[in-house]
Design a protein around this ligand. Structure first.
Ligand code: C2E
Ligand code: MG
Ligand code: MG
Ligand code: MG
Length: 288
């Protein structure tokens, strides 16, 4: 090789491969340190009622500001955190932070937290959730956990047990990215989901013609048959919003209604909105 150039992995012997792969993908090494380094934060995306347009909840979305790379999207670092095991402490931090921030919001809106299959398989997970609720003072019915179909691929019995324990606490469970997984639909008969979230890939395909509309309609039929509510994700246009309302979505989420926002920005949005009509009817005004 040219003098002074890097030796190849083969020349450098065993061990060099690991070092090289870390140099090529610094995220694999750094994701472990991101939590302690204070590089993680949560953004909250509004979810609105299809009927009234009022914000009924927010989804907490993990953000990582890498000191050198800048923002790294969760779709690339969450899988890394899952393989390294870092998802367990990171997931616990997400849960604690989302509950604490949501408890300080005005109103009684929900906060939805994405949970990794790795977290969901741990027998101690429901206790972890109960601790986050207890420490924050957030009412249990204001927390929703979002799981993807892949959660049931390994050890479904353990996962179903955890889901049932969590629902008994009053926490609701949403099935995220519905229709994009590879698992059987038979699990729906277990009746452990309160809601399905229709993946935005179906919404984005709406302009393409009839097939997607048919699939979306069928997903609503399935959800309603099993007593589940529907949230449509990734709504970007008024046309899409109108179609999803027609097809029976209870809630809508997407850039049309708002991007993921920092916690304080979402708090002022909720303050501006004031009490929802149904809340206002129940709560006497403190002044005026
Ligand atoms: P997800 O749970 O399905 O979240 C929705 C994703 O769609 C978010 O991407 C959101 O920013 C994006 N989105 C929302 N509305 C629109 C829209 O109108 N158009 C388009 N093009 N995109 C929209 P994000 O924040 O990059 O998150 C990606 C995925 O990373 C999430 O998908 C979720 O699976 C995972 N994730 C995020 N936060 C966490 C977390 O705290 N824990 C775990 N385990 N996974 C997380
Ligand atoms: Mg989600
Ligand atoms: Mg989703
Ligand atoms: Mg997703």
């Amino acid at each position: 090789p040219i003098p002074g150039s890097e030796p190849s992995a083969a020349e450098a012997g065993p061990g060099a491969r690991t070092i090289r792969s870390h140099l090529e993908d610094p995220r694999a090494a750094d994701v472990q340190a991101a939590l302690a380094g204070g590089e993680l934060s949560l953004a909250y995306q509004p979810i609105v009622s299809a009927a009234t347009g009022a914000i009924s909840g927010c989804e907490a979305l993990l953000r990582w500001n890498h000191p050198i790379l800048g923002p790294v999207p969760p779709a690339s670092f969450v899988p890394l955190a899952e393989t390294t095991g870092a998802i367990t402490p990171i997931g616990a931090w997400v849960l604690d932070t989302a509950c604490r921030q949501a408890a300080a919001w005005p109103g009684t809106g929900r906060v939805s937290v994405n949970v990794s299959p790795i977290q969901m398989q741990e027998p101690g997970f429901p206790a972890r959730v109960a601790a986050a609720l207890g420490a924050s003072g957030l009412a249990t019915d204001r927390l929703e956990l979002e799981l993807t179909e892949s959660v049931l691929m390994r050890d479904p019995a353990a996962v179903l047990r955890n889901i049932r324990t969590l629902r008994a606490l009053g926490v609701s469970i949403a099935l995220d990215d519905f229709g994009t997984g590879f698992s059987s639909l038979g699990y729906l008969q277990q009746l452990v989901f309160d809601r399905i979230k229709i993946d935005r890939s179906f919404i984005g395909a709406l302009n393409g013609g009839g097939t997607s509309r048919f699939l979306i309609r069928t997903m609503h039929d399935i959800a309603h048959h099993f007593g589940m509510a529907v949230t449509a994700e990734g709504i970007e246009t008024e046309d899409e919003a109108r179609t999803l309302r027609e097809l029976g979505s209870a809630e809508l989420q997407g850039f049309l209604f708002g991007p993921p926002l920092p916690g304080d920005a979402v708090a002022s949005l909720l303050r501006e909105q004031g009490p929802r009509r149904d809340e206002a009817a129940r709560q006497p005004r403190s002044s005026g």
